[in-house]
Design a protein around this ligand. Structure first.
Ligand SMILES: Nc1ncnc2c1ncn2[C@@H]1O[C@H](COP(=O)(O)OP(=O)(O)OP(=O)(O)O)[C@@H](O)[C@H]1O
Ligand SMILES: [Mg+2]
Length: 246
């Protein structure tokens, strides 16, 4: 059985892709052989691993696009860059067993996410290829106006929200020390660890479903290519993805 590849992707910058990737890799390091595959030239993932004490559970670092030898791993977490070219999105999506799109609750981020998810549907063919995709609402405060706006947008797009993560300094501390919240004092991170549980369950189910023959899979909720984002107050300038070759 090959490695299960989990892709964290959003063409918008600063939404938490590297934070989610690092914490996911930290979690999987307790479950099996794990690699963090960093496609970003900023190399946040690589640097995070460099800060990691060698006595910690092992996470291998893979960089660049020509990666090979994934069969030796149980889990591969793929951290993608912002402003990623469309052809690269297509290539990463084709490899992924499950796709996670972190989104921040702000009007600009919601519009950018809408454009990006449309590209995943149209060019990444996630529906045709039955690629499980879920959104993570990151740095969100439930019951605020903007959080409710994010929820209603995701609902209108028929996008499953795997979980909502709060804004927490625990992620910042973990990042500084090359660890994930799963490796911190359980009392200190209890709320954050709890918020991860639905996402971890979703990943497990998504990966299991991927092993089934197509005909046995439950149909995914339809993802509409157009949504009611026109009602949102701020419009993103352009779709964030560049055309291939640009
Ligand atoms: N839930 C959170 N609580 C507090 N801080 C967070 C949270 N998620 C992310 N951050 C912080 O937000 C900043 C951006 O996060 P991160 O680097 O993970 O985003 P990114 O999408 O990978 O960015 P880029 O597009 O530049 O690669 C970082 O400083 C990170 O520590
Ligand atoms: Mg990053």
């Amino acid at each position: 059985m090959g490695a299960k590849q989990i892709l964290i992707i959003n063409a918008k910058g600063g939404v938490g892709k590297s934070t989610l990737s690092a914490n996911l890799a930290s979690y999987f390091s307790f479950k099996g052989r794990t690699a963090l595959c960093d496609f970003d030239r900023q190399m946040s993932g690589v640097r995070w691993l460099e800060r990691r004490d060698p006595s910690r559970r092992r996470i291998d670092s893979i960089t660049g696009w020509e990666y090979r030898g994934l069969d030796q791993y149980d889990w591969v977490v793929m951290d993608s860059p912002a402003s990623i070219a469309r052809r690269d999105v297509v290539s990463l999506v084709a490899r992924a067993d499950a796709i996670i799109v972190p989104v921040l609750p702000s009007p600009i981020d919601i519009h950018a996410a809408a454009d990006f998810v449309r590209d995943l549907i149209v060019y990444g063919k996630i529906r045709t290829n039955h690629k499980p995709l879920a959104v993570v609402a990151n740095r969100a405060r439930p019951n605020t106006a903007i959080y409710n706006l994010l929820k209603s947008f995701l609902h209108s797009m028929r996008l499953p929200v795997a979980t909502t993560l709060r804004d927490s300094q625990n992620y910042v501390h973990a990042s500084i020390h090359g660890i994930g919240i799963f490796e911190m004092d359980p009392l200190m991170v209890a709320r954050d660890v709890e918020q991860w549980q639905p996402l971890l369950r979703w990943i497990n189910e998504a990966v299991e479903k991927g092993r089934m023959p197509l005909a046995d899979r439950a149909p995914q909720a339809p993802l509409r290519a157009r949504s009611s984002v026109a009602a949102l107050p701020v419009r993103a300038k352009k779709p964030v993805l560049r055309a291939a070759g640009s």
